[in-house]
Ligand binder design. Sequence first.
Ligand SMILES: [Zn+2]
Length: 57
Amino acid sequence: MFGFTKHCKICGIDLNKDNVIKRFGKSFCSDEHANQYVQLRQQQQKDDSTRRRDGCC
Ligand SMILES: [Zn+2]
């Protein structure tokens, strides 16, 4: 036990300090999945703001 039990936010694979990629305070198994996470986040934020604008007034 080294107190290092992280999982990729995209695919959920086990990570250790030798293969972890850190972006935005999150952990990923690869640059590819880090980028995928950013795209998902941006899409969600876009959806949120669209929905909020539609619901307003
Ligand atoms: Zn992954």
